[in-house]
Design a protein around this ligand. Sequence first.
Ligand SMILES: NC(=O)c1ccc[n+]([C@@H]2O[C@H](COP(=O)([O-])OP(=O)(O)OC[C@H]3O[C@@H](n4cnc5c(N)ncnc54)[C@H](OP(=O)(O)O)[C@@H]3O)[C@@H](O)[C@H]2O)c1
Length: 335
Amino acid sequence: MSAPTVLLTGAGGVVGQSLLREPADVRLIAAARGPIDAGRAVRTVHCDLTRDRFGLDAGTYRALAAEVDVVIHSAGLTEWGLPAERYEPVNIEGTRRVAEFAETAGAAVHFMSTAFVAALLPGAAAPLPDTNITAPYVRSKLTAEQLLAKSGVPHTVFRPTNLIGDSRTGWTSRGQVVQLLSDWMCRGRAPFILAHPGNRTDIVPQDLLSKAVLRAIEQGVDEGEFWVTYGPEAMDMETTLAVCAEHAASLGRTLPQVPVVHPDSERGRDLSGLTPLARSYLSVLRDVSEVTMASGGVLPTSLPELRARFGLPDVRDTDAYLRTLRYASAPPEGN
Ligand SMILES: NC(=O)c1ccc[n+]([C@@H]2O[C@H](COP(=O)([O-])OP(=O)(O)OC[C@H]3O[C@@H](n4cnc5c(N)ncnc54)[C@H](OP(=O)(O)O)[C@@H]3O)[C@@H](O)[C@H]2O)c1
C-alpha cells in the first residue's frame, strides 16, 4: 500500500513544524495561511480556516479533497486570555470546515486538542473559574472535540499538555509559555512560585506528540482519545525547581531558594507590590496551576498505551526539560 497523503493544518505552528521534521511513511501537504518552512512536505497549500473552502476556489478544493486520505488538524488560535468570540471562528467554525472537508475527502481527522479539557469534562476535580486565563481557549477546544464527535467523521483526539522542545535536542520552532516562564525563573527573578500542593508540572517534548500522531496514521488508526501527558510520572514542583537550579548553575548562576505559595493564600492573591512582569508571570502560573488542579492535579495520561502501541521512546521529562532550557538559553548556530 502506498503512503497515505496527509493534509496538515497549522503547518507553520509549533506542532506543525515538529510534525514536518519527524520521519514517517506519509506524504505530507502543509496547509498554512502564509509562507512557511515546509520541511518534509511535498508541497504547501493555502488554508484559512475562517473562510469557506479554506479560501480555495472550488476546483482546487475538490482536487485537494480527492488527493487527501488523512487530515492532521493542528491549526488553531492558541493564545490564552482572549475573549470567547475570538476563538469561535478559528477553533470551532474552523474545525467544522475541517470536518466538512474530511467528509468530502473520505478522510480521517487527527485533532490536536488540549489536555486542559480535563478541567471541563464530567468528573473534573474542581470547577474552572471563568476568570482563568485559559478558560475560553479550553472551552473552544472542547466544543471542537464535541463537534467532531457529532460530525460522524472518523477521527482521533490527541490531548497534549504544554509542549516543550524536542526530547533529543531541545529544539523548537518558537519558544512558548514554558520557555518564557522558565527563563524568568532561571534568572532568579521569581519572588515566589504559585502552585497548588500536589500539582504536577506536566510538560511533554513536542516530538513525542508528533511521533504518536504519525505512528497512528501509519497504523491506520482512526479512533481514540489520547492524553499526551506524563500523568503520575510528571515531575513535582520541587523537582521542577531543582531542574531550573541545575540549568542556572550550568550558566554560573546560583538560584535563591524560592517558596512555593498556595495561590489562594493571602500572599498568592495579592500581587500588587510586584513589578508588572512578575505580576503577569505569577498570574499565569496561578491560572495554569488552577486549570491543572481542576484537571485533577495529576493529568490523565495515555503514555503507557502510546509507548506500547506507537513505540514512543521512554524519555524522562526532567531530561527533556533540561535540554529545552539549554536550547532556549543558547540555541546552536543555524537554528
Ligand atoms: N504547543 C502546545 O503547547 C500545545 C499544547 C496543547 C495543545 N496544543 C494544540 O495543538 C495545536 C497546535 O498548537 P501549536 O503550538 O502548533 O500552535 P501555534 O504555534 O500557535 O500554531 C497554530 C497554527 O494555527 C494557524 N492558524 C491560526 N489561525 C488560522 C486560521 N484562521 N486559518 C488557518 N490557520 C490558522 C497558525 O497560522 P499562522 O502562523 O498563520 O498564524 C499557526 O500555524 C493547537 O490546536 C493547540 O490547541 C498545543
